[in-house]
Design a binder for this molecule. Structure first.
Ligand code: BDP
Length: 701
């Protein structure tokens, strides 16, 4: 098996489970003939036939064991008095009525989501005899953000090239597009941004010929309830429209965006809207004309509003400035709170810096009560070992979503900001920077499929638990045998902390080598800008390490609500895993968990490597449960991860020891090589390395 089937494998269940399930799934009756209902029927038939090991027929009359799917437009469903009022526009009810299973939504897409949920239930070996399920998504817009360039290179992508073959579009629709839509719909995702917000792709894709290509993709996504969005470049009126300016207050510019929006909606009537990266990392934006982010966003919002389109305006902005980089996004957007039109969402990365293995939550969440604030996670693991390292990201996302902003007192979690309920916002959204490419297994590695899966599941319900999600994914992707599922779930759950340990323990961040971000580079101090340098984020010297972000330093703590600020201001109250993010402390600082700071730091690196070795051993023991191909790629990658983790450990220890001049704690072996060796390491073939890609994005620190 090569992994192409993802979690929609539908291989036959165990014989006993089949015997148990067959009486409840003997035929499928779909009410309605829309493309969406037909897609749901097709999926049910394909899924059940595979799982039950024999073709499940379509039926036109209800019999014992029939699965009935549709909406209350159908009288048979309407008269069942299902609790559909709790299912919302996109959710579903699954209910056993006598010997019939009814899968219903208020809309066809709701029913489709129900079909996928039902198949998940069957695949995870749930009981089918007395179902009574109601589910509705908690977040309105649930989308992937592709950082795919129109030349098909992927920014920060490690899984081949873009699946969107712009050259062949719109003439040829690759069958993979439909499988992509199926996979996303199975998670309940309802949007996809097709193009990269950085670089010229975001202008090119607004040319008429490219809009037609996007329209063809929209046609494939539509039955699956997925709207397409485009990234747009702020200067597009000049690049595409030939205007002399992109000033958002210029009437001609405003007209250009209106005309462009009208054109797009003529070709894509259900187009979702625009994603914008402006005045960030060299991208053009309203500030080039002395205007604010609100001026820029509102201009686009006005153009999209007649068509019910949305502007997703990224909050990831920072510029060379003496101000602490992690404060800049909040500083920029806080004064604009309440100034955005209703169809604007300010989309912030989860942390105030940049998709690090661990950061505190961004103070933008909770800080903008009068602005719809969307979440942006990174599914592609730019800072977490690319496709090579086995790192299950759900625990990271869950940690963020469950963080309490205290914006309206205790319980004001990030999840409640993002789902719009805390501030009663009209719009809510969550986006994941995609890890999908042309690799046969989609994500580059098998275990990175779990990150796509987990993102989608958390987007539907941010309160889901990472353990539940891991178990679901494993059962559908490999086997339901507890001898496999239990140890591998445990391995997945620990994998993120392991990466934190060998890369950036105790609240360190951005210690990655320049530009590609794969290996260690804590010594780097010569990047293009101070805030692209790892030394900026560790501030290590012979006295200590860490960044003082309390009132005596950069005062980033002041951006959080009082109880949070108070905790982060005190090293004793700051979670140990964020200690050096907020505090500069002496090497001799006594750690609550034992030992001093220096010893603790070194131990974390060593522990991380040991944990990777444990993952390797554990995976070897799983050989009997996994097919050869998927077993081998995972084993190979774990071996590569181990080597890389050792480099992280030894390179980091060698560097910090050169600064602290302290002896290594007992039992920790000295780095295998002198510091100069680690400094000399180059990764010329790492994706994203300078010279390796023709893509137009600017590589950053
Ligand atoms: C950084 C990446 C860069 C992206 C940027 C962004 O290194 O490639 O363009 O984030 O999110 O982490 O815009």
């Amino acid at each position: 098996e090569d992994g192409y089937d993802l979690w929609l494998r539908y291989r036959p269940l165990e014989k006993a489970v089949i015997a148990r399930d067959v009486p409840y799934a003997s035929a499928i009756m779909a009410q309605g003939a829309s493309p969406t209902i037909l897609a749901a029927r097709e999926e049910l038939q394909r899924g059940l036939s595979g799982l039950l090991g024999k073709r499940v027929p379509l039926a036109t009359a209800l019999k014992s064991g029939t699965i009935l799917i549709g909406t209350p437009k159908d009288l048979a469903i309407a008269k069942l008095a299902l609790p559909l009022e709790k299912a919302g526009a996109e959710g579903y009810v699954i209910k056993t009525v006598g010997r019939t299973t009814v899968i219903a939504g208020n809309s066809d897409v709701g029913a489709l989501h129900g079909a996928f949920a039902y198949l998940r239930l069957v695949q995870t070996r749930g009981m089918l005899n007395s179902l009574d399920i109601v589910s509705a998504p908690k977040i309105g817009l649930r989308m992937l953000n592709h950082w795919d360039n129109v030349d098909r290179t992927l920014e920060r992508g490690y899984s081949g090239i873009s699946i969107f073959n712009w050259w062949e579009l719109p003439g040829h629709l690759d069958p993979q597009y439909k499988d992509y839509a199926r996979a996303n719909a199975s998670l309940g995702l309802n949007g996809t941004v097709l193009t990269n917000p950085s670089g010229v792709s975001a202008a090119t894709s607004l040319e008429t010929a490219w809009i037609k290509k996007a329209a063809a993709l929209a046609g494939v996504m539509r039955p699956y309830g997925i709207k397409v969005y485009l990234s747009v470049r702020f200067s597009a009126p000049m690049e595409v429209g030939g205007l002399k300016t992109a000033d958002p207050l210029d009437p001609q510019v405003r007209q250009w965006w209106k005309d462009k929006a009208d054109e797009i909606y003529t070709l894509i009537p259900d187009f979702g809207g625009f994603l914008v990266k402006a005045n960030s990392e060299g991208q053009p934006g309203p500030q080039d004309y002395g205007r604010s982010h609100a001026d820029g966003a509102n201009m686009m919002a006005e153009a999209l509003a007649p068509h019910h389109g949305i502007v997703l305006w990224r909050a990831f902005v920072y510029s060379p400035s003496p101000e602490d980089r992690v404060k800049q996004s909040y500083n920029e957007f806080k004064p604009l709170d309440g100034k955005f039109l209703p169809n604007v969402i300010v989309q912030s990365k989860n942390g105030p810096l940049d998709f690090q293995p661990r950061e505190p939550f961004s103070p933008v969440f909770g800080g903008l009560p009068n602005t719809s604030t969307g979440m942006e996670f990174q599914i592609t693991k730019e800072y977490l070992g690319f496709e090579i390292h086995l790192v299950y990201l759900a625990p990271l996302w869950q940690e963020v979503l469950r963080s309490d902003t205290f914006a309206k007192g205790e319980g004001s979690t990030v999840a409640r900001v993002v789902d719009g309920s805390l501030f009663q916002r009209p719009l809510s959204s969550i986006a994941g920077a995609s890890n999908i490419g042309t690799a046969r297994n989609w994500s580059g590695s098998i275990f990175d499929q779990a990150n796509w899966y987990a993102f989608g599941r958390l987007a539907w319900d941010p309160d889901l638990d990472s353990k539940t999600i891991a178990e679901e994914w494993l059962k559908q992707t490999f086997t339901a045998d507890p001898k496999f599922v239990e140890p591998v779930t445990e391995m997945m759950l620990g994998s993120r902390e392991t990466a934190v340990d060998y890369m950036t323990p105790l609240g360190l961040a951005h210690q990655m080598a320049t530009s590609h971000h794969y290996g260690p580079g804590p010594w780097v101090d010569d990047a293009g800008r101070p805030d692209w340098n790892p030394v900026y984020y560790a501030r290590a010297d012979e006295n200590g390490i860490g960044v003082d972000r309390t009132a005596t330093g950069a005062n980033a703590v002041s951006q959080y609500a009082a109880p949070v600020a108070k905790a982060f201001s005190d090293p004793k109250a700051t979670p140990e895993n964020l200690l050096l993010w907020f505090h500069h402390l002496p090497w001799s600082y006594a750690m609550p968990s034992g030992g001093n700071l220096w010893e603790s730091l070194v131990h974390h690196y060593a522990h991380g490597v040991n944990k990777v070795a444990e993952m390797q051993t554990r995976w070897q023991a799983m050989k009997p449960f996994v097919d050869a191909e998927r077993f081998q790629i995972t084993a190979d990658f774990l071996a590569m991860q181990k080597e890389n983790a050792e480099l992280w450990r030894d390179g980091s220890i060698a560097y910090f020891q050169s600064v602290s001049h302290l002896p290594l704690p007992d039992g920790v072996p000295a780095p295998a090589h002198p510091l100069s060796f680690y400094k000399s390491l180059k990764l010329p073939f790492a994706p994203g390395s300078p010279g390796r890609t023709a893509s137009p994005f600017a590589l950053t620190g």
